[in-house]
Design a protein around this ligand. Structure first.
Ligand code: MEV
Length: 424
C-alpha cells in the first residue's frame, strides 16, 4: 500500500465519500476494519451526511440516551440526550425524580427574537448617523420582511431596531441591531439574509462603510426559564439543601467554579440540543456570554430556600433552538428525538431544554455537596474501563462491579480481573 503523506489533495471535495475514505485510509494507514467502521454512518445515511457538511468520509456516532421522570409544565416528557459522557443522563433522571411529586419544572420563554448586527465604520458623525438609521425604521422593516415571506406567513418577521455607537480600538463604530421574531426557526439564516440585504441602505444612510453582517449568539431576547422545588425529604434534608445553596454561592462568587458549574449545566443542555440536530456551539456561546453579561462571569442557575424551607432552583439562559433548520429537519435521529419529546414548537423545545439544564445542575451540586462526584461517576466509568480492557457481554458488568468494590477503577486492574474471571 502506498502511503501518500501530502495533505494537498486536488479535487478531494469533488470525490464521492468512499473514494475520499480510501485516500484517507491510505494516508493514515487505517486498516480495512477501521475504515469500514468509519464508513458505517448508521441511521444517518452516507448521502445525507455528504450533503450536511463538506469532505465527508463517515460519521462519528454518539450514544442517545433517554432521561425519564421529567415533568415540564404539568406534562410528562421523555428526554433524548446525545452525549458521550457517562452520568449525564442518570443525573437528569435523578433530579427529575426528586422533584416529580412536587410538580416538576415550571418554564417560560421571553420570546423567539434573534438579533442580527451590522457593523459600520468610518462614519463622520456617528451619533447623528445613529438617529438617521432609527428614523428609517419603516424602511428597515420593509426590507427585512421582504426577505422572508415564509417567516411572515408563520407570524414572524422584523420587530425592532436598535442602533448603538460603540467606542472601539479603531474608533467609533455604528452597530445596528435588527431584532427579528424567527418563531420555529433558530433563525440564523433568516436574520443573516436580512442583515446582508439591509447593509447597503445602512451604508448610504450613515455615509460609512459596512463590514460585518451576522447574527449575535448572545440571544438575550430568547431567554428560556425554568424553576423547580425539591422537597427536603426527597433530597435528604436541610444539610443537603444548604450544601447545594452554598455550591451556587461559590459559583456566583468565583469564575473558576462558575465555569465548571455552567459546564455541568451544558452537559444536559448540549445533549438535547445535539439530539434534536440544533447548533450546540450557538447555544453554548449564548450561555457563556449571558453568564458574563454583568461584567463578571457567574452562574446560570440560582438556588434558594423557599418560605417553608424547601430547595428552590431556577435557571435563565439564551436558547436559540429551532424545529425547521437544516440538520433538525434532515437528520432522522433529530426527527425521532423531536417526536419522542412531543414538541411542535421551538418555544416548547427551548423551555424543556432549560429544565434539563437545571436538572443537570441540581444533580451535580447535590453529588458534589454530599458524597462527591466520583462515586456515581465511577460506577459508569468502570464500565468504560472494563470495555477498554476487552470485556464483552455480561463480563462488562461483572468486571465493572469488581473494580468499584475494590475501589480501583484502572485498566490494568480491569485486565487482571477479566483474566481471573475467564480462568473461572
Ligand atoms: C462534569 O462533566 C460536570 C461537573 O463538573 C459539573 C459541576 O462541577 O457542577 C460535575
Amino acid at each position: 500500500m502506498s502511503h501518500s503523506r501530502s495533505s494537498r489533495i486536488p479535487g478531494f471535495h469533488r470525490k464521492p465519500p468512499r473514494e475520499r475514505l480510501q485516500i484517507v485510509a491510505d494516508f493514515a494507514g487505517l486498516d480495512a476494519a477501521a475504515a469500514a467502521r468509519l464508513a458505517d454512518t448508521g441511521g444517518l445515511g452516507l448521502d445525507l451526511a455528504d450533503h450536511l457538511i463538506e469532505n465527508v468520509v463517515g460519521s462519528m456516532n454518539v450514544p442517545l440516551g433517554i432521561a425519564t421522570n421529567m415533568k415540564v409544565d404539568g406534562e410528562d416528557v421523555l428526554i433524548p440526550m446525545a452525549t458521550e459522557e457517562s452520568s449525564v443522563v442518570a443525573a437528569v433522571c435523578n433530579a427529575a425524580r426528586q422533584c416529580y411529586e412536587a410538580g416538576g419544572f415550571t418554564t417560560s420563554l421571553s420570546g423567539t427574537l434573534m438579533i442580527a448586527q451590522i457593523q459600520t465604520v468610518g462614519v463622520a458623525d456617528p451619533h447623528a448617523a445613529r438617529l438617521r438609521i432609527l428614523e428609517r425604521v419603516h424602511d428597515v422593516k420593509a426590507v427585512c420582511d421582504g426577505c422572508d415571506p415564509v417567516l411572515l406567513k408563520f407570524g414572524g418577521g422584523f420587530r425592532d431596531l436598535e442602533v448603538r455607537v460603540l467606542d472601539t480600538l479603531s474608533g467609533p463604530m455604528v452597530v445596528t441591531h435588527l431584532i427579528v421574531d424567527t418563531r420555529d426557526a433558530m433563525g440564523a439564516n433568516a436574520v443573516n439574509t436580512m442583515a446582508e440585504t439591509l447593509a447597503p441602505h445602512v451604508a448610504q444612510w450613515t455615509g460609512g462603510r459596512v463590514y460585518l453582517r451576522i447574527l449575535s449568539n448572545l440571544a438575550d431576547r430568547r431567554l428560556a426559564r425554568a424553576r423547580a422545588v425539591w422537597p427536603l425529604e426527597e433530597i435528604g434534608g436541610d444539610e443537603v439543601r444548604d450544601g447545594i445553596i452554598g455550591a451556587y454561592h461559590f459559583a456566583a462568587a468565583d469564575p473558576y467554579r462558575a465555569a465548571t458549574h455552567n459546564k455541568g449545566i451544558m452537559n444536559g443542555i448540549s445533549a438535547v440540543v445535539l439530539a434534536t440536530g440544533n447548533d450546540t456551539r450557538a447555544v453554548e456561546a449564548g450561555a457563556h456570554a449571558y453568564a458574563a453579561r454583568n461584567g463578571h462571569y457567574g452562574s446560570l442557575t440560582r438556588f434558594e430556600r423557599t418560605a417553608d424551607g424547601q430547595l428552590s432552583g431556577s435557571i435563565e439562559i439564551p436558547m436559540a433552538v429551532g424545529l425547521i433548520g437544516g440538520a433538525t429537519k434532515l437528520h432522522p435521529t433529530a426527527q425521532a428525538s423531536l417526536k419522542i419529546l412531543g414538541v411542535t414548537s421551538a418555544e416548547r423545545l427551548a423551555r424543556i431544554i432549560a429544565a434539563v439544564g437545571l436538572a443537570q445542575n441540581f444533580s451535580a451540586l447535590k453529588a458534589l455537596a454530599t458524597t462527591g462526584i466520583q462515586k456515581g461517576h465511577m460506577a459508569l466509568h468502570a464500565q468504560n474501563i472494563a470495555l477498554m480492557a476487552g470485556a464483552v457481554g455480561d463480563e462488562v458488568d461483572r468486571v465493572a462491579r469488581t473494580l468499584v468494590e475494590r475501589g480501583t477503577v484502572r485498566q490494568d486492574v480491569a485486565q487482571a480481573v477479566l483474566e481471573e474471571l475467564r480462568r473461572g
